[in-house]
Design a protein around this ligand. Structure first.
Ligand SMILES: C[S@@+](CC[C@H](N)C(=O)[O-])C[C@H]1O[C@@H](n2cnc3c(N)ncnc32)[C@H](O)[C@@H]1O
Length: 378
């Protein structure tokens, strides 16, 4: 290990910066809208299931609140929620005494697990709501356990909860996303989680997408998602007193939903070249082909020709419309693109990580954004 104090300080500062970037919180409506789509597809998605939110403050996280309030409606068997040592929001609404428990070297508030096996109407107003959950937790200290392992999703205590769980639902720290997903896959869990859009092309994640073991959720990619950002160090707007930040976030899941069975309606190649609404396609003699891979370039998902049987490069946002019965994903430009050094003169193309390139016609090559390579299933 490097013991140079300057490098150590740098490491600490960059870890702190990463942690700060992870401090944004999901809004209730975003959770409710996404879950609604799975229920529409299968009303019993959560029935009889143990749901585990493993990066969430019980009570403050909206993931906790949503599943606690909907406990009976969804037919949950149990809701487990674990928080993380030093969380800035823990105890903001429900200050459990355990948060102040002695915690050795770990930061306070101490991480807690809350296990809910029932939600009843305690206030007597005719409905089991968040006030009832609050009352129940206040009256029942046995529902919570301080976590000696600090609430890290990789700690032995949290892994034991994971094993008990059927479905994991949360917005995990993006800086640990690769490890986070690897753990879910290792334990063969169902999940519905939030990710940065960039995660699609991670070398640990893309193969899961390609094999149809993981897919993107129902909410469209465009516009990103707005998160509560009181502790993230920056925000873009304030709505009703809440600081919000926009993040290019999407849902990742292995729960089925209707959108991935909907067929994308497309025009033929000839019609696209004549009538496409995109000026990049309309009026061209043919679709562009890559210089370093044998496929056509399709710059927009709705410009995929219905009658082309070869390989096609499409933007990452294609996944928003991806129906695995209609298309096969063959790979991505990150792994399929041949090195340009083998194809063109040095200086005729912009260098960088592996991507596809297109000849511009003047002896130079244009470097494309990341592309997925797909083919129609016939
Ligand atoms: C992006 S925030 C999202 C919080 C909450 N899930 C939500 O969506 O509102 C990520 C959360 O993960 C927690 N966290 C950070 N590192 C963690 C770890 N190693 N294990 C478990 N939780 C962690 C943070 O304290 C923070 O609450």
């Amino acid at each position: 290990m490097n013991t140079d104090p300057a490098r150590q300080l740098n490491r600490t500062l960059s870890a702190a910066k990463k942690a700060k970037q992870d401090e944004f919180y999901t809004q209730y409506d975003d959770i409710q809208n996404e879950v609604a789509a799975y229920l529409e597809h299968d009303p019993n998605t959560f029935r009889g299931k143990v749901v585990y939110c493993n990066c969430d403050d019980p009570f403050e996280s909206h993931f906790f609140k949503y599943f606690a309030v909907k406990f009976n409606e969804l037919g949950l068997r149990k809701l487990i929620t674990t928080s993380y040592d030093g969380s800035p929001i823990a105890g903001g609404e429900l200050p459990f005494t355990e948060f102040n428990a002695g915690n050795g070297t770990h930061q306070k508030p101490k991480a807690l697990a809350v296990e809910l096996a029932e939600v009843k109407d305690l206030t007597g107003d005719g409905a089991a709501a968040i006030e009832d959950v609050k009352l129940f937790l206040e009256r029942n200290p046995h529902t919570r356990t301080p976590l000696a392992g600090g609430g890290d999703f990789r700690s032995a205590e949290c892994v034991a909860f994971l094993k008990e769980a059927d479905i994991v639902v949360t917005n995990p720290p993006f800086s640990l996303f690769r490890e986070y997903v690897a753990q879910l896959v290792e334990h063969d869990k169902k999940f519905l989680i939030i990710a940065n859009k960039n995660a699609i092309t991670y070398k640990e994640i893309f193969p899961l997408i390609k094999r149809n073991e993981v897919w993107t959720g129902v909410k469209a990619f465009s516009g990103g998602m707005w998160f509560m950002a009181d502790y993230s160090g920056k925000y873009e707007k304030i709505v009703d007193g809440v600081k919000l930040i926009n993040v290019p976030a999407i849902w990742f899941t292995n729960l089925d939903h209707r959108r991935r069975h909907e067929k994308l309606e497309l025009m033929t190649m000839e019609d696209n070249l004549k009538f496409s609404k995109h000026k990049e396609i309309r009026g061209k003699a043919a679709y562009d082909r890559y210089a370093n891979y044998d496929a056509i370039e399709v710059p927009f998902t709705d410009a995929i020709p219905s009658d082309y049987d070869g390989e096609m490069g499409v933007p990452i946002t294609f996944l928003d419309k991806y129906n695995p019965e209609q298309f096969e994903i063959l790979g991505s430009s990150r792994t399929l693109g041949a090195p340009m050094a083998a194809v063109a003169e040095k200086g005729s193309y912009v260098q960088g990580g592996p991507r596809f390139y297109i000849a511009t016609g003047d002896g130079t090559y244009r470097r494309m954004y990341d592309r997925l390579v797909i083919r129609h299933r016939r």
